[in-house]
Design a protein around this ligand. Sequence first.
Ligand code: NAD
Ligand code: UD1
Length: 338
Amino acid sequence: MKILLTGGAGYIGSHVAAALVSAGHEVVCFDNLSNSDAAVMDRLEAITGTVIPLVQGDIRDGDALRAALNDHAAGAVIHFAGLKAVGESVAEPMKYYDNNVRGTLTLLEAMRDCGVKTLVFSSSATVYGEPRYLPLDEEHPTSATNPYGRTKLMIEEMLADVAAADGDWRIATLRYFNPVGAHDSGLIGENPNGVPNNLMPFISRVAAGRLNELSVFGNDYDTPDGTGVRDYIHVVDLADGHVAALEAITKNDQPLSTWNLGTGQGYSVLDMVEAFERVNGVRVPYRIAPRRDGDVASCFASPERAARELGWTAERGLDTMCASSWRFERMLATRNAD
Ligand code: NAD
Ligand code: UD1
């Protein structure tokens, strides 16, 4: 079965493409390259030994989607395409509703028209809002604190309605915790435009001397060292979770399934700095800064449902996450020097 990956040239999509090919699946990427580079496809070819086609198109273009689904005889879709910067979503909410919500509706219509009803969707732990208890299981109430989070919630609700109306659909909603790290090859990884919003790419750039110091957003949270605690998951483990989820929904008889993809282990900001310095033999200067609006003290998953129902658990630890992020950062430096 060929699988169409919307947003397949992006950070998570490219790792999932590699994992799917190594699990024996055929893949086609559909991406408008608004936050990625077509050169990723050459790197994927180097990793997988396979040419993965890229269709350059926008998920808000139903005709382009229908053509891609038909031309490539796709039997399933994994839907990564979306905008994901929380701050930008507050400043430009319409851009987020248009791209993420309208884009997903257009994708669902195109899939229905082409008779493709197997879908894996990239959701986020952001849909749990402020945690009422920890670890977060899939039954935890959902809410959103910003437009980005609201687009994920709206899409989840849309998917539930579609699955309830037509039992032929097989939909998996995957709620990612904090994906970090890069492929073992160092060829693909996370390379955000501008100053990174997220912790791990910021740490890498400070270590590389591309940024002066890390601002640690608050050290007065109710956590062991006062800094925010998160569930960091290696992107290669996350990718394997997609393969397991796709294979599960094609076999089971439930139209809609929801799984957390996390490790169940929380690390603080200072844990991350310490591990990155120790594993890579580098320095990451930091200073304590005020709390960032919208941040919670702690957020980590119960990964039990995915373990029980998918037979999937994250295997890579913090040291591997830090080493692979640094390997990718070094690779970028080499590329930029060429
Ligand atoms: P990314 O920006 O690297 O990848 C998204 C890809 O989608 C990019 O290649 C971009 O060019 C493409 N894209 C965006 N809008 C598009 C459109 N209208 N049409 C076609 N292509 C479009 O982001 P990522 O980190 O790989 O995230 C993938 C998905 O996972 C997103 O939906 C994101 O919200 C979700 N997610 C990410 C994280 C994270 O920490 N990275 C956490 C939770 C959820
Ligand atoms: C953020 C988003 C979330 C999104 C996720 C993945 C917010 C409020 N939440 O989650 O919706 O799904 O990214 O893209 O933006 N930190 C620092 N200094 C930094 C950067 C981060 O101290 O320069 C701290 C944060 O306060 C937090 C931790 O590091 O405690 C992780 O932050 P980050 O990587 O941005 O992820 P989240 O905030 O968990």
